[in-house]
Design a protein around this ligand. Structure first.
Ligand SMILES: [Cu+2]
Length: 149
């Protein structure tokens, strides 16, 4: 009799344990499903405008000095977004450029818009570097930063 009671209790514990496992598994699956749904949700397109700018002045000695810049120098996008980067050439005749890590090359010409479309697949900081003005010695540094977060 006592054994039988024990057996029933063990059975109940077993049923309870199985029930908890099933609930945990269903919860996990549901959460995972939710995450997948979130990732699969359509992400918007982000349009960002930049210009090519120039700092220019004359020193007391009458020497003209200048430096070219991307402006704004840093732009932010969310991971997963489709980005449309529109760069308007204001100062400087032309700025051939590369965007490191994104395999993008192009050129910005005065008075024209250069449009760059890319998908922000991976988080990171990607530099847009003008090949004519990459450092201080070449009237730069004309380096901008695209932050994917
Ligand atoms: Cu340049």
């Amino acid at each position: 009799m006592g054994n039988k009671v024990m057996f029933v209790r063990r059975g109940q514990i077993f049923v309870l344990a199985v029930g908890i496992c099933v609930i945990a598994a269903v919860t996990l699956l549901f959460q995972r499903g939710g995450a997948v749904t979130a990732d699969a949700m359509p992400v918007g397109e982000r349009t960002i405008h930049m210009v090519t700018g120039e700092f220019k002045t004359t020193t007391k000695e009458g020497k003209q000095i200048e430096a070219y810049r991307w402006d704004p120098g840093t732009v932010f996008v969310n991971k997963g977004e489709n980005v449309k980067l529109v760069i308007y050439g204001v100062n400087g005749e032309s700025h051939p450029f590369v965007i490191e890590g994104l395999d993008i090359t192009g050129k910005v010409t005065k008075g024209e818009e250069t449009i760059i479309n890319f998908h922000a697949s991976n988080e990171g900081i990607y530099r847009i570097i003008c090949l004519t003005h990459p450092d201080a010695a070449s009237s730069g540094p004309m380096i901008g930063y695209i932050v994917i977060d």
